[in-house]
Design a protein around this ligand. Sequence first.
Ligand code: DAH
Length: 344
Amino acid sequence: MSTPAGNDPLNLADLAEFRAKAELAIKSTKSLEDLKAVRINHAGDKSPIALANRAIAKLPAADKAKAGALIGEVREFINQLLNEQLQRLTVARNMEIIESERVDISLAVDQTRPGAIHPLTTVMNRISDIFIAMGYEVADGPEAEAEWFNFDALNIPANHPARSMQDTFYVNDKNSGVVLRTQTSPVQIRTLLNRELPIYIISPGKVFRSDELDQTHTPVFHQVEGLVVDKGIGMPHLKGTINHFAKTMFGEDVKTRLRPSYFPFTEPSAEIDIFFNGKWIEWGGCGVVNPKVLQGVGIDTDVYSGFAFGMGIERTLMFRNGVTDMRDMVEGDIRFSQMFGVIS
Ligand code: DAH
């Protein structure tokens, strides 16, 4: 049996035992927490070696130096082991953390892109907002339209070049009497037949013409039609409305002009130009509704008159947002739509 710890600091067998026990305990620690406990037991204030150290004071003066040297050596040995083990366990702990936080970059991630509203839709919604704010209603008509609505009722005679097979898609064959509407203007007639006067409507939508798809043409495109029929309506109302529309669409500084032109369903008629990039560019058509059109649907033209206009939505987007190629608008690549975010 060895002497109780600390009672005889010069007992070499005890010192060797403290040392051996400490070494075994330190080397078998598996974690920093283990090591903390071992450090307290084998190097702390109440550890055998600390008690032995304290007992030096009670030794005869002649033995103090020797005991100090012996104990000091064991303490140093234990402290060094503790430090080495601390380092080892710290590295192991760090590796464990790194490993547990590892991200497997080869894992498949969810690549679903969020959708985006097509800018043509956004422009049409914006146009609707502008006119709704002025008290207009939004009207609708079918894309497969009776030839009569698309042409005859709009005073476009049977021999008009716009009716030729080159421009118009006929449904089934030329005698079907049904076309893919070539313009939104037939909505004027449907509105005149279906709604009470006075009429203040716009109608954005798809139209079709047998063009090849290229930078500036597409066989499916969009227009917005406008129609007002009320008492005492004339050219000044048309001009004011177009100006307001252009300013809210392109900015306060935009310049517009009406250039005399011809459309069978308006008289007088004009092209609407806007000044863009240093030159005048055609934006749409307009005019005072031809009395023949109103009379055709039974409206008393001594009391009522109106104006109408029609613009291309693709052209509007081109001017407004600098899109230079129509094909970008029809190809359906979501990245194109995403570029616009929400147009305000
Ligand atoms: N529908 C015509 C076109 O497609 C545009 C147009 C011109 C519409 C004059 C109108 C208008 O309402 O009054 O070219």
